[in-house]
Design a protein around this ligand. Structure first.
Ligand SMILES: Cc1cc2nc3c(=O)[nH]c(=O)nc-3n(C[C@H](O)[C@H](O)[C@H](O)COP(=O)(O)OP(=O)(O)OC[C@H]3O[C@@H](n4cnc5c(N)ncnc54)[C@H](O)[C@@H]3O)c2cc1C
Length: 295
């Protein structure tokens, strides 16, 4: 660990969770580091590991519900350089780059592959960790390899060395630094048409507001989680500032300064009601960072 580099890294003590996740629930974490480049990012991880401080890597925070009562440091990749370099059809992309930036870069160069997932509010690092996907397109479709930190070393993992499933992977306890994609040429007008079409579908099917996307995974071989919750008459139900969306019951919105407990209690309520009425155990898609869960 390099002390001078650590001193250069921006640090906010008692950072507000609203600056870290898209749920923006009220409360604070112990502190947040905002490295500006890969060197600072790796150095910050080494520092927190060496002192055994509990920490979490955060991209855009769009799949996280953080409990402010859990002592935790955050390393945000938000301000790490957003870099894309290209050799023929192969792109090398830094972990902090957003899917929207990646889509626009590709679209301008007639490279297809991200038009259906461009609307997911994710960084490349978070999207790979969670296998972000929508409308049948996945971040893994054109992935070639990733660079990660494992046991303090930078290594390359090829796609066939990674286990990936619906919205999840086995990439735990690793820092994803960058990714290589091998893309296909596609006509720019086709790319744009798909982008517009799927953006519209997204706008029509998903509510606007502070949220984490879908709260629950769709259980196998039955109706979607949203319709199960709706049939328990929970659409629009609220606990203080948190509300189950009136548009799509698999979304919980932070309408008015919701706390972790407000959102978490709504999640528990949905699970209990669906279990009682249908005998189906809903599983969270949102990653809950809480001592309550981690023990
Ligand atoms: C409005 C909305 C719509 C959404 N729609 C979709 C959808 O259609 N499809 C879909 O799949 N998801 C969707 N999501 C969920 C979410 O966007 C995805 O799970 C996304 O992949 C999370 O990316 P992120 O950068 O925000 O990661 P974060 O939420 O910041 O983190 C997610 C996980 O990745 C880890 N992580 C982040 N960066 C790194 C890194 N560099 N190295 C190692 N680990 C890292 C974190 O520790 C955490 O475990 C939606 C969310 C919202 C708010």
């Amino acid at each position: 660990m390099n002390k001078n580099l650590l001193l250069k890294t921006e640090f906010v003590l008692d950072e507000d969770i609203k600056n870290i996740t898209t749920f923006k629930n009220v409360g604070k974490v112990a502190g947040a580091f905002y490295p500006k480049n890969q060197g600072e990012l790796i150095n910050t991880v080494k520092f927190l590991k060496s002192y055994k401080f509990p920490f979490l890597i955060v991209g855009n925070g769009s799949n996280l519900l953080i409990d402010d009562k859990t002592p935790l440091f955050v390393i945000s990749t938000k301000f790490v350089e957003h870099k894309i370099s290209r050799k023929n059809n192969v792109l090398n992309v830094s972990c902090s780059t957003t899917l929207s930036e990646l889509y626009h870069y590709c679209c301008n160069r007639s490279l297809g592959g991200f038009e259906k997932i461009a609307g997911i509010p994710a960084t490349v690092g978070g999207a790979i960790k969670n296998n972000a996907s929508s409308f049948g397109q996945s971040i893994f479709d054109y992935l070639e390899s990733i660079k990660v930190i494992k046991n303090d070393k930078i290594i390359t993992l090829y796609k066939d060395e990674i286990d990936y499933y619906h919205h999840s992977t086995n990439l735990k306890n690793l820092l994803i630094l960058s990714a290589k994609f091998n893309l296909k040429h596609r006509k720019k007008c086709e790319i744009i048409n798909d982008y517009i079409y799927y953006s519209k579908l997204r706008r029509l099917s998903q509510p606007l507001g502070l949220c984490c996307g879908s709260v629950f995974k769709n259980p196998p071989n039955c109706k979607g989680a949203g319709s199960l919750i709706e049939q328990c008459r929970l659409k629009g139900f609220s606990i203080n500032g948190a509300e189950i969306s009136t548009q799509h019951a698999n979304f919980i919105l932070n309408k008015d300064n919701a706390t972790f407990d407000d959102i978490y209690n709504l999640i528990k309520l949905c699970k209990n009601k669906v279990l009682f009425k249908y005998g189906i155990k809903l599983e969270e898609e949102v990653e809950i960072i809480s001592k309550k869960i981690l023990g």
